[in-house]
Design a protein around this ligand. Structure first.
Ligand SMILES: Cc1cc2nc3c(=O)[nH]c(=O)nc-3n(C[C@H](O)[C@H](O)[C@H](O)COP(=O)(O)OP(=O)(O)OC[C@H]3O[C@@H](n4cnc5c(N)ncnc54)[C@H](O)[C@@H]3O)c2cc1C
Length: 474
């Protein structure tokens, strides 16, 4: 099989239609500024003696007294003991306020790399600050692999495990499901080696923690043997892909789709095990599709029927990409265009109904254009895993980084909640202690365990205090 790729470009269709439509019919729309109030692309300037931190999308910021980068567990323990407040940070790719701290942010990036790998038992121990891509590449060199990956691979292991980060695949669990043990440095400065036998409750709580139980320095993981995948991307009508979604999710190892709002079209993406000689990933720029969708909104957002017609005429149909490569070179891609995101995980049986309601709601707003992502995730049993009561469908809505996203909360979140959704811990949501206690059977157990490890709330910030029903005084 050779690799192929046709880009999802709609720019030419827009130009042709724009020339044919009288300018007077859209004069109001053309002057529109889509920038949200309060958008500030400039980095924070910290006061003297403080440092600046912000997350990937720039919506969460703080000016801590220090961003500590310890290189030994003893050093880490003494930093934790002497600080008033501590928040661990990975690569800052969470959209929620998990990391901001005005005292001490701890960056675990010096706890990195493959510390041990055993191809026979298929286990490996890695530094918790290792980025996913480096971990996947180095495990591959040892003949080992992650069973799945998220969309991007710049996150750290600790950051992604701690928020329940996942990829897509009906039979594939979230990333943290392969943790067999971890090393935790607690608020008291204790260094604990935790697994299901030595500390069963802490093991169940500690795989997804939102960084609230202490700083994790290493993980031992159950791995797969290295494997290759074949990737297929195709364009299909929304109604057709909705009708086939259930079947496609069974048919392919990894299946997901993106819906392009106001077009009636989706991009389906599948990955399956590939045994032949690989071709490598077909070159191409996903951001060109995004630019086209944005331009379509900018020029024809005022006329949804025309927008739909232009998209239908311009988008290529059928298969647009076929590639094969090592799994870790295909599953994650770069995301150069920044955005904000809300993702809810819906019980599978409610997933398609929820998705239809979300699409209907999104399309009441003519300013939306960012593709929505739909994925499938298999269950696991960590106490704070959103997937711990059965398989779920994840529905993710995005807004360009400089555009409004307040409607995620007012328009979309009530629909997700009405369908039994649980939010991604790292993505925008407004839930607090009471909501979460109702959603997670072991939530109060988690809160009790957290309090016993950190009675003074050293690892709390305002966001975590809201999640765990604690008062917080910065
Ligand atoms: C472009 C983009 C694409 C994404 N794609 C996906 C996707 O496909 N699937 C998905 O599920 N999610 C996805 N996410 C969300 C992302 O995977 C999570 O938010 C993840 O937590 C980010 O990891 P991080 O290393 O940046 O951690 P951070 O955001 O820095 O931290 C996340 C949490 O981990 C804690 N933490 C970090 N290090 C430690 C440590 N050493 N010990 C204890 N706690 C620690 C922090 O305190 C915090 O609570 C995406 C986000 C972005 C911006």
């Amino acid at each position: 099989m050779s690799h192929t790729r046709r880009n999802l470009l709609i720019g030419a269709g827009i130009a042709a239609a724009a020339a044919a439509v009288p300018a007077t019919s859209h004069v109001m729309w053309n002057g529109k500024d889509f920038t949200r109030k309060g958008y500030d692309p400039d980095p924070l300037t910290p006061p003297e003696g403080e440092m600046a931190w912000s997350n990937w999308s720039g919506t969460e910021r703080s000016t801590p007294v220090q961003i500590a980068v310890p290189s030994t567990e003893d050093e880490l323990a003494s930093i934790i003991q002497s600080a008033r407040r501590v928040r661990p940070v990975g690569s800052g790719h969470s959209f929620t306020g998990l990391v901001p701290c005005e005292d001490t942010i701890v960056d675990a990036s010096r706890f990195t790399g493959v510390l041990a790998a055993d191809a026979e038992s298929r286990t490996a121990t890695l530094g918790a600050g290792t980025r996913i891509r480096a971990a996947a590449r180095d495990l591959d060199a040892a003949g080992l692999a992650f069973p799945n990956l998220p969309d991007v691979d710049v996150q750290t292991l600790a950051g992604s495990f701690s928020t329940g980060t996942h990829g897509t695949g009906r039979e594939l669990q979230p990333m943290h499901a392969r943790i067999e043990g971890f090393r935790l440095v607690t608020a008291a400065g204790d260094i604990l080696d935790v697994d299901g036998t030595t500390h069963p409750d802490l093991f169940n709580a500690g795989r997804v923690t939102v960084g609230s139980l202490g700083v994790i320095t290493q993980y031992t993981l159950a791995c797969d043997v290295s494997y290759n995948l074949t990737r297929t991307v195709w364009v299909e009508k929304l109604d057709d892909i909705l009708a086939r979604a259930e079947e496609l999710s069974h048919q392919h190892r990894n299946f997901e789709f993106y819906y392009f709002p106001f077009t009636g079209y989706c991009a389906g993406i599948s990955h399956d095990i590939f045994e032949g000689e690989v071709t490598g990933r077909a070159a191409g720029e996903d951001d060109e599709t995004l630019d086209g969708l944005r331009e379509l909104r900018d020029v024809f957002g005022w006329a949804p029927w025309l927008r739909r017609q232009i998209a239908a005429g311009s988008l290529p149909k059928g298969v647009v990409e076929e590639s094969s490569d090592a799994y870790w070179k295909l599953l994650a891609t770069a995301r150069p265009t920044r955005f904000n995101e809300m993702e809810y995980h819906i019980p599978l049986e409610n997933g398609l109904d929820c998705l239809k309601a979300i699409i209907k709601a999104i399309e009441t707003r003519k300013d939306t254009f960012f593709p929505m992502e739909v994925r499938f995730i298999a269950p696991d049993d960590a106490w704070l895993s959103p997937f711990n009561d059965g398989p779920r469908m994840s529905i993710a809505c995005h807004a360009a980084v400089n555009e409004p996203y307040d409607y995620f909360f007012s328009l979309l979140e009530p629909i997700h909640r009405a369908h039994g959704g649980r939010p991604h811990w790292g993505k925008l949501h407004s839930l607090g202690h009471e909501d979460l206690t109702a959603l997670y059977p072991r939530f109060q157990d988690f809160c009790d365990l957290r309090k016993s490890l950190d009675p003074e709330g050293k690892f709390l910030n305002a966001h975590l205090a809201r999640l765990f029903g604690e008062t917080f005084d910065a």
